[in-house]
Design a protein. Structure first.
Length: 380
């Protein structure tokens, strides 16, 4: 058959490649972003009970009402924003589906979408699969800050959407109040939709505040905020996320969502609705992961690799500039095969494959795992 690929240059994701390589070579896997410590026993018991109670059939397409109502209450407490759970929240199969459904619903053929590299690897394909044109703007280390003057220059009559990610994967940077106000002004002036990936909202450090689009009234009216329970509750395999957006945007997102997954795991949704009622289950997540970040940074003292600032997410970038002339892909492969430690090369997050000699390490791991990884890094 003569098949014309819509993503001809896309192969297996770098996460799958490095995880498979780690498995083949018996390496510690700090590449893929999944925790290796247990999910809350209480949450597991809640899900088990919901299954035993018979909640094993399709959930309503927008999500279980009890969960959407609880999400709205948490948003009110967190961002002081009133949300209509019936018309402004949609439960999705993880943050990735939330992003894809939003783009599928709101980006038409020929529309331009601005995104910032390094960016998560699903953004660009989602735009192109739906007929949009990705407009990449590169951010540079060590701060990965956005040059809003450059953004303004990139906006054209065809620009439909701007995508932002805070806290940022893989950079660990966070957007400031000033960033959000500038984004708000640009979106208003140019009638743009903002798609804000906020899946690491609770994982933020150094007493910084997560600047959600939901905190800014004018911005919230034209924004879709994406969240993930997988990130918040160390359960990435459950694939449960959600979007928060005004009714007019949510209506369109649901049109796409119903034909992508239709609905999401029923007993997990019901269990999460109960689990979220206790703020203690999510309020201290930043402190929890900051301790892991600090443990990892302290444990690698003595390595030739240099840590970059990390203010959020559960990823730490290390620079090997001056240590090796290898490309970051070569360095990641060498480290996995020879040193038995698997990272992610950061060039994989750049459309132009910019190589800043950076590797991404996931520190959402047990102290035992991090200590073993640190011992390897100290030997480099």
């Amino acid at each position: 058959m003569n098949i014309k690929s819509r993503l001809p240059e896309v192969g297996t994701s770098i996460f799958t490649v490095m995880s498979r390589m780690a498995l083949e070579h018996g390496a510690i896997n700090l590449s893929q972003g999944f925790p290796d410590f247990p999910v809350s026993e209480n949450l597991i018991e809640l899900i088990n009970q919901k299954m035993k109670d018979g909640h094993n059939q399709y959930a309503p397409m927008p999500g279980v009402p009890a969960l959407r109502k609880t999400i709205a209450e948490v948003i009110q407490k967190t961002y002081q924003r009133s949300i209509d759970f019936e018309t402004e929240i949609t439960v999705t199969a993880g943050g990735t589906e939330a992003i894809f459904a939003s783009i599928a619903a709101l980006v038409s053929a020929g529309d331009e979408v601005i995104l910032f590299d390094p960016s998560y690897d699903s953004y660009d394909p989602a735009i192109r699969l739906n007929g949009g044109i990705p407009v990449h703007i590169s951010l540079t280390p060590p701060n990965f800050s956005i040059d809003w003057l450059e953004v303004k220059k990139k906006i054209t009559s065809r620009t439909r959407m701007i995508m932002v990610n805070t806290p940022h994967n893989p950079a660990g940077s966070v957007l400031s109040h000033s960033d959000l106000k500038t984004l708000e002004s640009l979106a208003e002036e140019n009638d743009l939709i903002v798609l804000s990936d906020e899946v690491y909202e609770r994982i933020i450090f150094e007493s910084k505040t997560h600047e959600s689009v939901l905190k800014y009234p004018l911005l919230a009216k034209r924004s879709i905020a994406v969240f993930s329970f997988g990130k918040t509750f160390h359960a990435t395999g459950w694939k449960v996320g959600y979007t928060v957006a005004p009714e007019n945007l949510t209506r369109e997102i649901r049109k796409a969502h119903q034909f992508i997954t239709f609905s999401v795991n029923t007993p997990v949704q019901l269990a999460l609705a109960d689990f979220l009622t206790d703020p203690e289950n999510y309020l201290h997540l930043g402190k929890f992961y900051q301790q892991k970040r600090d443990f990892f940074i302290d444990a690698i003292k003595g390595t030739s690799l240099k840590p970059l600032p990390c203010f959020g997410s559960y990823f730490q970038l290390l620079s090997y500039h001056g240590v090796s002339d290898k490309t970051d892909i070569e360095m990641a492969e060498w480290m996995t095969k020879e040193m038995k430690l698997a990272p992610i090369p950061v060039s994989a997050f750049y459309n132009d494959k910019s190589d800043h000699k950076l590797l991404r390490f996931c520190f959402a791991k047990s102290e035992e795992t991090l200590q073993k990884a640190a011992k390897i890094l100290r030997s480099i």
